[in-house]
Design a protein around this ligand. Sequence first.
Ligand code: ZN
Length: 350
Amino acid sequence: MTQLVSQAAVEVSGVVLRRTLPENGAVEGRIDFWRERWMLCGRCDHRWHVDLDWIDRWDQAKEICPGCGMTCEHEDSPRVTVDSDDPALEDDRVSQFFWYHTTMQPDWPTRHFDPAAVLTPETRRRMGGEQRVSAWAAGQRAKALHVGTYEAAVHNMLRRIRDQAAERGQFYLYRVRLKPSVVVREELLVDPGNFVGDVALDEVCPPGVDVAPYLNYHEDPGGLSLALGRDAIASVQRIAVPLPDTWDERWVRDSVEALEGMSGTVVPATGKPGRFTRSSSPRADLGRALGASLAGRLPVNLQSQFASAAAFAEGEDPEQWARRTSSLFALIDNPPRALAALDGQDLREI
Ligand SMILES: [Zn+2]
């Protein structure tokens, strides 16, 4: 019998180094929201690494390719690419890593997923009747599932909280183990635009292939994600996020004190005519400023999404808001807390 090693997470300034868990020897990749990324120029083939601030300036056309001087505005301009030393790039190692997914589904990956269950009779009528609804539901069920790095899963959740105004809904972070026998597609796919959540499984995984790795541009840029079917998953563990009891007590106490000292009365907008100014209360303004100051401590590619996800709603309870916001921050600032919580969860076989 193989001797499996159990190591505690090793944390070096917010970076989790590789750790191996006893259950099936699955390995945690290196979790580091701040790590440098690789760029590859489509015109001159120059390859170099940069930090996230560089990418942020690049996106604003304030940087050039060091090889050929091209800016981001050209079609074949440099793009972020994979780290060729990423061990998850090796086909036979894909199933040895933990993968992550965030969703509001409490039983993901749902066995008998019925996407039409939430449609109202009115929506069904507008969609053209039951036959159309069935066809639509079949199309939804045929879509690939997506898993990725811990960083990508957290990034995805922040984006969804912002985009769907679902910040008060319950999100879950899943840690996924793949079946050791999965067949991995050989060529690496490139995430074309809005790839996530919108690709049919059989388009990316032809017969005989279980898992299609792709380069993620949008979430954890340069990281690997996988498109796969439910059958490729061996088991999952789940925690609710933000995780209770992971907030910073002092930050919460100070924030609540400051918020409670401010008026919650909404002051009507007094902007110049023709200029949109949102009505707001001094308390909500302060809440937004507190969220923005936490966001400022995060990597640049997460800041605006975190600030939006942490926005203080008018009338919200300051204590609940501060705990939720601080716990959301801890998911990024202190991943070992979430990993330790996952370690304590039962495995659900799929
Ligand atoms: Zn170039």
